[in-house]
Design a protein around this ligand. Sequence first.
Ligand SMILES: Cc1cc2nc3c(=O)[nH]c(=O)nc-3n(C[C@H](O)[C@H](O)[C@H](O)COP(=O)(O)O)c2cc1C
Length: 347
Amino acid sequence: MTSWLAGLEERARAVLPAPVLEYVAQGARESLTAAGAADAWRAVRFLPHVMRDVTDVDPGVELLGRRSEVPWGVAPTTLQRAVHPEGELAMVRATAAAGAVTVVSSNAGTGFAEIGATGARWWLQAYLPSDRTLAEPMLARAVEAGAEAVVLTVDTPVVGTKHVVGESVWDTVDPGLVRVNFGPGHEQHPGADKATDLGPHDIDWLQTRTGLPVVVKGVLRPDDARRCVQAGAAAVWVSNHGGRQLDRAVATATALPAVVAEVGRDAQVYVDGGVRSGLDVLAALASGADAVFLGRSPVWALAGGEEGVARLHAELLAETVEALRLAGCRTAAEARSLLRQAAVPGA
Ligand SMILES: Cc1cc2nc3c(=O)[nH]c(=O)nc-3n(C[C@H](O)[C@H](O)[C@H](O)COP(=O)(O)O)c2cc1C
């Protein structure tokens, strides 16, 4: 018997078309980074507290100054409408009901106005094109529809090669299910390709254009994290894109502590990649993350529609609260003490 969460991918595999399944599961090249992500969290060992009152446990956190009822959010993923007809709408509704934020991919298959009309809390994820001005209408639409932050993905100067077995999802999926927030013919426009010259100045550019806090997603090194924070980033998001970009990039569980040590006092630090259970959430919090983000898990859950995503949040909450209690932590923030031996007085 495994937990409901552990069986999530297998249950989605029973209902989703093969090209969609493969698209969600795939990693870049040999998938070494994708395959190692979850094990890296499982290798973390805790020093639990005992004899503390854990009757009431609050797993909530503050994300960019607003309370989230759970220490996680939903990471941006494309093709949600190929997984379920309600796609992003089901995702944001169920996630908002759990008191969490959803990051909506700029390549989403649902219009930002429709997402905003749900009243759910959401952040926009953006890739910037070579000609930055081409992103402006899409950014303006997101701001208009109530996005509360912009997550700039910086690990994708080119799309990492994935080896597809069988039919590619892009040959099977209705083009109307993706990138609906750009004008017609956007991709053919000179300068619409992904920027290969991103730099810290883009953080300021985005902040000025949108008036929103900027989160930089795809950072693995402390020196890069420092450059982002110096350039005005409100948060850095430790990510290797779920192992879909540079294969053999370090596991995020390995990269996180040094990034926290470098910038954790000046900015929030988030992490994603291979988080599949409440114990993984605890490992990320113990390693210093302010919050974790979930990539593939909510997509697998979305195969069961809004109800599936709601169950994902409920199961993860139950596991996380149990883990916090067993570790002697009353809050998510207290989990930061779980990797440290307490100082011995007088030693
Ligand atoms: C199907 C799929 C589509 C994705 N699309 C995007 C995207 O549009 N923008 C982005 O920044 N990251 C994208 N990602 C990466 C996720 O945001 C996240 O970094 C990653 O999935 C986390 O790892 P996990 O899947 O192991 O939780 C995608 C990931 C998957 C699996």
